[in-house]
Design a protein around this ligand. Structure first.
Ligand code: MSP
Length: 530
């Protein structure tokens, strides 16, 4: 059974921002880790392309909605390629097959008696594509998230009978582990406790949407269509449109990773829709926090939005991945601070991890004919071997629970231990006496081997840096990605050999040639704001 995980399907009203990049990088780390664990992974991402917000954005740009969507979604694909995101699938909700899946899904929901006609009155935020709780009538207020006026709606729509699922949803959200991190559960429980109300799943007079079969003049509400995108993504291109096939293709998802603002849709509405369609429920929903910048909400009006393209060009993949995954506890809100960003990258990656490898391999090359020195006979009880095994155990546990920060810290501690060991043993002094040659060789071997472990353990978080480090050690790269990201026919197979084969102490071969050392991590020197 594949390990299926998803990012949200991103709106194509605008180019990707740091928020969507953050979710996608985190999912990439999970996907790479699970592949290395030997799981067959199906990592889904994509774009959510219908609805009024997108229709209006296209009109404002003077484009047809389809041309606009083609352009922006290609931008997403391109960006994820540049970040080396290892997604197995990229779903677009304007794909004709998706429309057929939505129709098949709706047919099941309607057959369950869960679709009724009703009058929808309320205040709507087009940017959220969501009705807000503001009392009916009166004057418009601003959406608290987008700070733009809500719009009044009064129309006859189709409703999904969410209220019928009150008991089942109460039980579901109370299940430990369904909503993570646990701090987010209370918020959803409170919402469910106020009593679930039926919600409208169609719109009238909205051409940019999927037509509702049997209900002329209605198109599907964008969220109804978008959530079903997780299912469309799983069907192989040659499959018939048969929802019963999903079980073989990787449904239910192990986890939907989302931002906290869209938790209700994933933890309440979506499970109820799936219950109605007699399909299994996702195992968990992880709601991560929001990023701010230097203490301020990021927004176009403030002109302080961090552009993922700029970050990539000026700082590179490793630096940004490291900062976001190592510094912000996944699940909490986090603040992007430029000074701290460059300090962490320079201290952790350039100095602690990079310089360790660089100076050790330089010494080994100089004193041991350019080769990995001989190891000591008692090597497996070496203090660094014990530290490496300890780090491995922590990384396994931390990555399994999406605690990227703890995993990163454990790897960093291992590198710090190796630096400490090297400083304590001071091979540069010992080497002054030829009698110490074997001891120096054994010390350098242990530190090089530790660097190899650091690189292997880093692979799911920083695949690029890991690869450069391994190359520096004359070691083959560890495959954690997929050959060609995107629309694969089948979920990715576990790469061979899986990483546990590389996590055994003493694999570095004494006598193997060490390549000329080059710094594996450039220091970040950011003279101007990003
Ligand atoms: N299209 C819907 C999702 C449909 S899923 C079937 C959507 N798209 S979105 O593009 O607006 O948002 C994508 C994600 O970006 C959300 O998970 C949201 O929480 C996240 N973020 C948006 N701004 C963010 C920050 N400033 N920080 C972190 N993540 C944030 O919602």
């Amino acid at each position: 059974m594949p390990y299926t995980l998803t990012t949200p399907l991103y709106y194509v009203n605008d180019r990707a921002h740091l928020g969507s990049t953050y979710t996608t990088l985190a999912c990439d780390a999970i996907a790479r880790f699970q592949r290395l664990r030997g799981e067959q992974v199906c990592f889904i991402t994509g774009c959510d392309e219908h609805g009024l917000k997108i229709q209006r954005t296209a009109e404002a740009a003077g484009l047809s909605p389809q041309d606009h969507c083609d352009r922006i979604s290609e931008g997403y694909r391109d960006l994820w390629r540049r970040w080396q995101i290892s997604n197995d699938r990229f779903i677009r909700t304007t794909h004709p097959r998706h429309r057929q899946v939505v129709e098949a899904f709706f047919a099941r929901v309607e057959a369950s008696g869960d679709v009724v006609e009703g009058r929808q009155q309320g205040w709507y935020c087009v940017a959220c594509e969501e009705f807000k709780d503001h009392p009916p009538g009166g004057t418009a207020v601003d959406c608290p998230i987008h700070l733009r006026p809500l719009e009044w709606r009064d129309e006859l729509n189709l409703f999904f009978r969410l209220s019928r699922y009150q008991r089942q949803i109460e039980q579901l959200v109370a299940q430990p582990g369904f909503i993570a991190p646990p701090s987010r559960r209370r918020e959803v429980e409170n919402f469910v406790a106020t009593g679930l109300k039926d919600f409208s799943i169609s719109r009238q007079n909205l051409p940019w949407g999927i037509p509702v079969p049997g209900h002329p003049g209605h198109t599907f509400y964008v969220w109804f269509d978008a959530l079903v995108g997780y299912l469309s993504a799983l069907l192989d291109p040659g499959d018939p449109i048969d929802l019963n096939l999903l079980a073989e293709r990787g449904w239910p998802a192990r986890v939907h990773v989302i931002g906290k603002d869209i938790l209700r849709f994933h933890a309440v509405f979506w499970p109820a829709m799936l219950l109605s369609a007699s399909l299994p429920l996702p195992r968990s929903v992880f709601g991560h926090g929001f990023l701010t910048r230097e203490g301020q909400k990021m927004g176009k009006s403030l002109g302080n939005v961090l552009d993922p393209e700029v970050l990539l060009d000026r700082c590179g993949r490793d630096a940004v991945r490291w900062y976001l995954l190592r510094d912000i506890p996944f699940g909490d809100d986090g603040d992007f601070q430029q000074q701290r960003f460059s300090d962490l990258v320079n201290n952790d990656l350039a100095n602690t991890i990079g310089n360790l490898l660089n100076r050790t391999s330089s010494m080994a090359r100089k004193w041991f004919e350019g080769c990995v020195p001989p190891a000591a006979a008692t090597d497996s009880s070496h203090p660094l071997a014990l530290a490496a095994h300890q780090a491995h155990a922590t990384v396994l546990e931390a990555m399994e629970s999406f605690d990227f920060r703890r995993a990163a810290e454990a790897i960093l501690e291992l590198a710090t231990a190796a630096n400490g060991y090297l400083n304590e043993r001071a091979p540069w002094s010992l080497m002054k006496r030829e009698a110490n040659r074997a001891a120096v060789g054994a010390d350098l071997y242990a530190v090089l081997e530790t660097s190899r472990w650091v690189a292997v353990l880093l692979t799911p978080l920083l695949p690029d840096l890991a690869e450069r480090m391994l190359a520096q050690l004359g070691w083959a790269p560890i495959q954690s990605g997929v050959a060609e990201p995107g629309d694969r026919q089948t979920a990715s197979l576990p790469p061979e050999p899986d990483w546990s084969a590389s996590l055994s102490w003493g694999l570095l071969i004494s006598g193997a040639a060490l390549p000329e050392p080059v710094p594996v991590m450039q220091r970040l020197e950011l003279a101007t704001p990003l």
